[in-house]
Design a protein around this ligand. Structure first.
Ligand code: SAH
Length: 269
């Protein structure tokens, strides 16, 4: 529709690539990827997903590049606008869902400002997929009627715990980008009155073959999760412990508090 309004401009599709496993792409995402003249992607998108893109399509990587300055959001916006102005069909591929901590909104604002037609293809967010692949329902009759998704990282440190008097008491709390600040997050939750025996699960590399889940409580999770790395999704609340009984993708790693680091490594390879 919009393409008829702006016949000389290509459409930009903001496509959610899901949490990792290409099988979790939507049919719409695959169709759009197949039609792309240009694909602009970053680090979180599983490279296997690019196999749906036509050979002749231009591929532009805008993720972090070790040892080189990373591409700024402004530059990404400029690339999307320039390629659409050339009349190309542009796919901006993003991990999970483009509108959940994906700066999708900012990109849409830039496109709208230049009158470039755009469409959003929602993706399966890791906020949903990581708990699902760990066997953790986000809601459960009689236990949790709501869940909150929050970021565990902000550029401005003083904003990290804004509204947390409320957020800390979410029935199920899902935290993305929380691994760097895990220790701070745990102490903040306890400080705000969350009992130290509150269950917590951390799901690392959800939906990938080497997915790992570590379960515990606010009291012992720091030690248990010491060897986990990003990307990981943190789930806090009574339902987090269901990973111990409902895990179906692979077994959760439940470590004794006093286990030795060597043993920990052995248990998780
Ligand atoms: N738009 C994305 C989120 C981007 S923020 C989405 O909807 O999923 C990046 C954060 O997402 C990571 O720090 C991590 O917390 C989470 N994440 C992304 N992929 C993940 C995966 N495969 N397993 C666990 N967490 C993941």
């Amino acid at each position: 529709m919009k393409e008829q309004l702006f016949p000389h401009k290509g459409t930009v599709y903001l496509v959610g690539a899901g949490p990792g496993d290409p099988d979790l792409l939507t049919i719409r995402a695959v169709n759009v990827l197949k039609s792309a003249g240009v694909i602009v992607y970053d680090r979180l998108a599983n490279p296997k997903i690019l196999s749906y893109v036509q050979e002749h399509a231009e591929r532009i990587y805008v993720g972090k590049r070790p040892g080189r300055p990373s591409v700024s959001q402004h530059q990404i916006n400029r690339i999307l606008i320039a390629k659409a102005n050339e009349g190309k069909t542009v796919v901006r591929l993003k991990g999970g869902d483009p509108f959940i901590f994906g700066r999708g909104g900012e990109e849409c604002e830039a496109l709208a400002g230049e009158k470039i037609p755009f469409e959003i293809v929602p993706g399966i967010s890791s906020a949903l997929a990581a708990p699902a692949y760990a066997g953790i329902p986000l809601t459960h009759r009689g236990i949790a009627r709501s869940f909150t998704v929050v970021t565990g990282y902000t550029n401005k440190r003083e904003e990290l715990f804004r509204n947390w008097e409320h957020i800390a008491h979410s029935e199920t709390l899902v935290i993305l980008m929380g691994m760097k600040n895990l220790e701070l997050i745990i102490s903040q939750l306890v400080l705000l009155g969350r009992p130290i025996d509150t269950p917590i699960a951390i799901v690392e590399k959800a939906t990938y073959r080497h997915q790992r889940t570590v379960t515990g409580t606010l009291e012992n999770i720091l030690e248990r999760a010491a060897y986990l790395s990003s990307p990981a999704t943190i789930v806090i609340g009574e339902l987090a412990k269901l990973a111990n009984t409902l895990s179906w993708y692979n077994e959760p790693v439940i470590l004794e508090q006093d286990s030795k680091p060597e043993l920990r490594t052995a248990l998780t390879v």
